[in-house]
Design a binder for this molecule. Structure first.
Ligand SMILES: *Cc1c(COP(=O)(O)O)cnc(C)c1O
Length: 356
C-alpha cells in the first residue's frame, strides 16, 4: 500500500484516537541516503547516511510535527493557528492550516527570513506578520496570545509537534534495522533533538530496536546558548533556521545529550557554508544552510585530536530542509557563472577547463 502520512503509519505510537481528524499532506517516509564521499572524509571505517528531510511536502522536517499539531488543534475546536518562525515552521503551519480550513498567522522576524520560506507562507494564504525583533521576540508574543479562545500555538512548545517529529527516528530504525551509533543534527529551538531522542527511546523501550544512538547536536557559533550555558541576546548566523538565542526545548536537548552520552558543539558560519557547498557539489544533496550545520560539526570533530566518534561508527545526520528554501545564500556562496561568447570553440574550452 502507498504511504499514508506519519499519523496513519505510526498511529499506535501517537496521541490520536479514532475520532481525530487527520490533516495530512502525506509527509514522512523521507529517504535515508548513503553518503560515501562524506564517510570517506570522516575516515576510520565510519558509515554515513543522510536523513533528507527536505523532501517533505513543504521542504522541511517541520511537516511531521505540523500534521499532528494541526490535526489535534482541529479536534479541540481551534479556528486559528499561530506561530513564531524563522521560516520553516510558518511554511508548514500555513500549508497544513489551509488544508484544515483554519486561519493561520505567522510572526516572522523582519528581514531575517529566507525567500523560499516567505514565498510559501504567503502562497498558502497565511497572514504573515513581520515583527521588529528576532525569533525570540516573536515567540514571546506568540506565548502571550496562546490563551485566546480558539487560537492554538503550533510552535514546538506545543508538545504535539515533538510527538509528530519523533517519527523520523522510527523510520531510521525501520531502514537500518536498528538505531545508528550516532545521530547528528543542527540545533536551534531544540525541538528536533528532543523529538529524535524520544522516538529512539520509545522504540528501544518497546523492544523495536536493540540500542539507542548517542545524540550529537550542533549550534551556530553566533547562536550557541546551549553550548555557552546561557541565553544569547542577539543571536547571529547565516543559518537563519537556527538563529535562536533562547531555545524553548533547552531542557529536552540537554537531557538527550546527557542521557545518550552525546555531544553538543558549535560550527562557524564559514564551516557551515563550506559544508553546504561541499555536500551539494559532492553528494548531490542540496540542503539549506542550517541543515549543513550537522555535517560541518561532524567534519570538525573528525579532524579534532580528541574525536568522540568511534571508528566504524554508523552515523545518521539529519539534513533538515531543502536547499531551494534559501536560494540567495546558495547563489552568493557557490562559484559564480562563467561568462562566454556564443562561440563553439570558446564554449568547449570553458567546458573542458579544469578550474571551476
Ligand atoms: C527548525 C529547523 C532547524 C532547527 O530545529 P529545532 O527543532 O528548532 O532545533 C534546523 N534546520 C531547519 C531547516 C529547520 O527548519
Amino acid at each position: 500500500m502507498s504511504w499514508r502520512g506519519v499519523i496513519e503509519e505510526f498511529r499506535g505510537h501517537l496521541p490520536v484516537t479514532g475520532s481525530t481528524p487527520v490533516v495530512t499532506l502525506l509527509e514522512g517516509n523521507t529517504p535515508l541516503i548513503p553518503a560515501p564521499k562524506l564517510a570517506a572524509r570522516l575516515g576510520r571505517g565510519r558509515k554515513l547516511f543522510l536523513k533528507y528531510e527536505g523532501l517533505n511536502p513543504t521542504g522541511s522536517f517541520k511537516d511531521r510535527g505540523m500534521t499532528l499539531a494541526i490535526s489535534l488543534a482541529l479536534e479541540r475546536g481551534a479556528h486559528t493557528v499561530i506561530c513564531a518562525s524563522t521560516g520553516n515552521t510558518s511554511a508548514a503551519a500555513a500549508a497544513y492550516a489551509t488544508r484544515a480550513g483554519m486561519r493561520c498567522a505567522v510572526l516572522l522576524p523582519a528581514k531575517k527570513i529566507a525567500r523560499g520560506k516567505l514565498a510559501q507562507a504567503l502562497m498558502h494564504g497565511a497572514k504573515a506578520i513581520a515583527l521588529k525583533g528576532n525569533f525570540d521576540d516573536a515567540l514571546r508574543v506568540v506565548r502571550e496570545l496562546g490563551n485566546e479562545p480558539g487560537i492554538a500555538i503550533v510552535n514546538s512548545i506545543n508538545p504535539d509537534r515533538i510527538q509528530g517529529q519523533k517519527t523520523a527516528a522510527f523510520e531510521i530504525v525501520r531502514d537500518l534495522g536498528d538505531a545508528p551509533d550516532i545521530h547528528a543534527l543542527p540545533v536551534g529551538n531544540a525541538g528536533n533533538i528532543t523529538a529524535y531522542w524520544k522516538g529512539y527511546g520509545e522504540f528501544f523501550d518497546q523492544g523495536l530496536s536493540r540500542k539507542r544512538p548517542a545524540m550529537f547536536g550542533f549550534q551556530a557559533a553566533g547562536a550557541a546558548p546551549i553550548v555557552l550555558g546561557h541565553p544569547v541576546k542577539d543571536p547571529e548566523t547565516i543559518a537563519t533556521a537556527i538563529r535562536i538565542g533562547d531555545p524553548a526545548s533547552w531542557e529536552g536537548a540537554a537531557a538527550a545529550i546527557r542521557e545518550s552520552g552525546g555531544h553538543i558543539g558549535t560550527v562557524t558560519d564559514e564551516e557551515i557554508l563550506a559544508a553546504h557547498y561541499w555536500l551539494a557539489s559532492n553528494e548531490g544533496v542540496f540542503v539549506e544552510p542550517a541543515s549543513a550545520a550537522g555535517i560541518a560539526g561532524l567534519l570538525k570533530l573528525a579532524a579534532s585530536p580528541e574525536c568522540p566518534i568511534p571508528d566504524e561508527a554508523r552515523i545518521v545526520v539529519t539534513v533538515t530542509g531543502h536547499g531551494l528554501k534559501d536560494p540567495d545564500v546558495a547563489i552568493d556562496n557557490a562559484p559564480g557563472l562563467i561568462k562566454c561568447r556564443a562561440d563553439r570553440d570558446k564554449v568547449l574550452k570553458k567546458i573542458l577547463a579544469d578550474d571551476k
